[in-house]
Design a protein around this ligand. Structure first.
Ligand code: BES
Ligand code: MN
Ligand code: MN
Length: 464
């Protein structure tokens, strides 16, 4: 038996309990009401890194929430792994749909997790996955098995666009110098199908506001005679995709990287069960861009989705009213080569162009970021591949994800580093949803696997 496995087995109860304590802190970055908790969480993470064996730890102030930095440098001549993760979480809403309160973690057995899963906001995204790295370090330090230098950069604003992490990185190039960035903030295909995330989509997030009359009006006295901003917004949104679910914004696809037949065929070999997929979501069918499979639609193709839409009367009963304004929040997931700032501009111009007279529209860009692709030919991929192989007894499958971690492309630009994404989450973890959970099996497997990455990466780096 390899020794990280033995160490994990011996310490699993404590590892689970420590994670449960972290999950009790409602570090919701989006809602200022939780400000104290977010800041308290940063200090908690710093302490846990110190306890795990980091010789220098800091809570670094930024114009927003702090970045936790920690390191254990054993020899300047050895390679350095920089671990990135986030201690902030998504809001728990809608709270009513949780079976247990989101910040009172419980362990429950499920069909997928007969060993139990921890249910709490942030269990998988990203506290559970980030904490695997803290415990993996503890193992390596305790067992004299740390082969290289390690640095941690754990931020508190990932779920709101990492706006100040760029600020922090720009000012700390020397401190953050590394040979590879290691992240667990993605998923794997299944418990018996390890995979490495080789792509992340970019993102452009905008909010739109359609204004009609200068006040809410009686829908009988004015209905039919003036533009109803909600009707207009609905039509405008509907026109953003055509009957094939292609996006109609001029220029939107200009830079989209088209995969070759061979690349698409290779992608199609990854295990995927469409019937199970539909069943897990209680859907009678899937839906998406014509000409592409479900796996392609949510990874190599760009998309446009309304994330929220509101206006008018939504309270109890009926109120006859034409609202003065209507709003929507829209996200566009982007693929490599699409530039998020350019796409945001294209959206803005188009949305203003299609507004009928009788209303005015305003487009407010929120945050965004570029997509990312990890080459599978680099030593970092090889090292991760070998790590999974040692623990799972088979090679992991490279898989592009539909999600976004915008900061990853910035790491490459600012620090010149490649990122390797060793995710241990499953689709059933319900990240960002009610009843988010993280399988205990996945959590412990992650802790067991991570030290092998350090071992193989150090070896390959020294040979290269
Ligand atoms: N960890 C997720 C991203 C993710 C999850 C990528 C699963 C791949 C697989 C991250 O915390 C996240 O939610 N990112 C946001 C973007 C951010 C700018 C708010 C997203 O993808 O919506
Ligand atoms: Mn995350
Ligand atoms: Mn997230």
């Amino acid at each position: 038996m390899n020794s990280s496995k033995a160490y994990v087995e011996k310490n699993q109860k404590r590892f689970i309990n420590e994670l449960i304590e972290i999950l009790k802190v409602p570090s919701v970055s989006a809602d200022p009401a939780y400000k104290k908790d977010v800041i308290r969480m940063a200090e908690g993470i710093r302490k846990s890194l110190e306890d795990a064996g980091c010789t220098h730890t800091e809570v670094c102030e930024t114009p927003g929430y702090p970045v936790v930095y920690a390191e254990r440098i054993i020899d300047e001549k050895l390679p350095t792994v920089l671990v990135y993760g986030h201690y902030d979480v998504q809001p728990a809403d809608p709270i009513d749909l949780w079976d247990n309160p989101p910040f009172e973690p419980v362990v429950k057995k499920t069909d997928i997790h007969p060993e139990g899963a921890i249910f709490a906001r942030g269990a998988c995204d990203d506290k559970g996955q980030m904490y695997m790295h803290v415990k993996a370090l503890e193992y390596m330090v305790e067992n004299d098995d740390l082969p290289c230098n390690v640095k941690f950069m754990i931020e508190g604003e990932e779920e709101v666009g990492s706006e100040n992490l760029g600020w922090f990185i720009e000012r700390n190039h020397e401190k953050l110098k590394n040979d590879v960035i290691l992240i667990s903030d993605t998923g794997m295909i299944a418990k018996d199908v390890p995979s490495i995330t080789t792509g992340l989509r970019g993102l452009s997030y905008v909010e739109v506001e359609v204004t009609g009359p200068n006040r809410d009006l009686h829908s009988g006295l004015y209905g039919g005679a003036v533009a109803n901003p909600i009707n207009v917004l609905a039509k405008m949104i509907a026109s953003l995709t055509d009957e094939n679910n292609h996006i109609t914004i001029p220029g939107f696809y200009d830079k989209v990287e088209e995969l070759t037949k061979e690349e698409r065929a290779k992608m199609g070999e990854a295990p995927f069960d469409l019937e199970k997929y539909k069943k897990a979501l209680d859907l009678n069918d899937v839906y998406g861009e014509k000409g592409y499979t479900t796996n392609e639609r949510n990874s190599i193709r760009p998309t446009l989705d309304v994330n929220g839409i509101w206006g008018g009367y939504t309270g109890e009963g009926a109120k006859t009213v034409i609202a003065s304004k209507a709003f929507a929040k829209i996200s566009m997931r982007l693929v490599p080569n699409q530039d998020w700032k350019e796409i945001t501009e294209l959206f803005k111009t188009h949305f203003e162009n299609i507004a009928p007279s009788g209303v005015t529209v305003e487009v407010k860009p929120h945050h965004g970021g570029q997509g990312y692709v990890t080459p599978i030919t680099g030593i970092e991929y090889q090292a991760a591949n070998d790590a999974y192989h040692e623990v799972f007894g088979k090679d992991p499958i490279p898989q592009r994800s539909g999600g976004s971690i915008p900061i990853v492309s910035l790491f490459e630009k600012e620090l010149g580093s490649k990122t390797i994404l060793m995710g241990f989450g499953l689709d059933s973890d319900a990240i960002h949803s009610p009843n988010e959970n993280f399988g205990i099996w996945n959590y412990l497997k992650g802790i067991e696997t991570i030290p092998f990455f350090y071992k193989h990466f150090t070896k390959l780096k020294q040979e290269s």
